[in-house]
Design a protein around this ligand. Sequence first.
Ligand SMILES: Nc1ncnc2c1ncn2[C@@H]1O[C@H](COP(=O)(O)OP(=O)(O)O)[C@@H](O)[C@H]1O
Ligand SMILES: [Mg+2]
Length: 376
Amino acid sequence: MTLIKDLNPFNPGSGGSPPYLAGRENEQGRLMKILAEMSAGRSPGADMVMYGPRGMGKTVLLNWLEIEAKKASTKDNPIRTSWTTPNKLTSPTDLWSYLLSQDWKKRLKPDELTAGLGALSATWESKGAANQVLENTLVNECKKSPLIFLMDEAHTMDAGLCNGLLNLSQEIRREAPFLLVLAGTPGLRHFLSTVNASFIERSNKIGIGRLDAQATADAIVKPLNEHGIKIDDNTLAPVVEDSQHYPYFIQLWGEALWDLAKEKELQKLTSQEVTAAKTRVDSVRLDFYGERKDKLDDLGLLPAAIAIAKVFQDTETTTRDVLKKVIADNLPVDSLTTQSVNEHLRTFIRHDFVWRSPQMTLYEPGIPSLMTYILD
Ligand SMILES: Nc1ncnc2c1ncn2[C@@H]1O[C@H](COP(=O)(O)OP(=O)(O)O)[C@@H](O)[C@H]1O
Ligand SMILES: [Mg+2]
């Protein structure tokens, strides 16, 4: 019994829901509005694209949306959700099996289903469009029960399949309530623009970035308080700052503080535990930074990364032009073209070293402290 009661509620890692989902009121508000429209049988005007650096909470937000959709689903007003990731999709057949409901699929035997879907969707790749029979089936299903189709890690999708899905989404949406939500790293934006030139302009974009200071504090304090562990504002202040308001680090901090409170059987945390927790957080973080740095090194981007990190020593945000200039200054002269500079910038974005939220015109570091680490 006590074992369960004492389970650490913090959840550092990927996709695991935090004990308290903090600071996403705006994003949740936007998603709830679309959910309400779907419940009323109205189609959303556009697909939804969610992007931000790793560890910011995209998967958590998708999870949350799925749970809300299930809550909103009633017998009279059913809403269906389907969640997938590109690694589960090797062909249009797989994609269709996630799009169509169990009811429809149950009418066929498994091998009939595979054969049927395979045959019906075989035209997809050649035409870049869906098969009419399956499309009509999906429209009819969505008329009865609106579908929210959630695709996590969408930046890793096969381009042809993605193009088919974007076209299909538009077709379905015109006739029945269907919402496509794509989530991925900042590279998703460019990926989608290469798949379908005008898609990004027409989609609803949500940037998933760092939290603010208050939300960071809430994310740590609320779960602690709920389990009878207190920490005052002054003691917490350095924790909030050190977390960089970065959700993954916030969970690391929460986990470490919780463990220390339990180990020492404390009801109130002091700066002594904060110091001890920092050692634990740092050891995980060091490995995390090391991994990122090695990746940049593998890509031959370390000199440019250091130069970019220097830019962010004096400012929190910068322009695309400044980044391009810094990259150009660090490229060998013989490979210096506008194209190669842009390509390098895109690589930095793809590895979320820098990124730009859709609400911003300026670029910021994916994780600010990674810059400091690289400089050190
Ligand atoms: N709003 C939030 N408040 C507190 N913790 C969060 C929040 N969003 C995400 N987290 C935590 O951050 C970590 C990364 O979340 P995740 O959804 O996996 O990020 P992403 O999908 O963007 O890589 C997880 O440990 C998660 O529990
Ligand atoms: Mg994720």
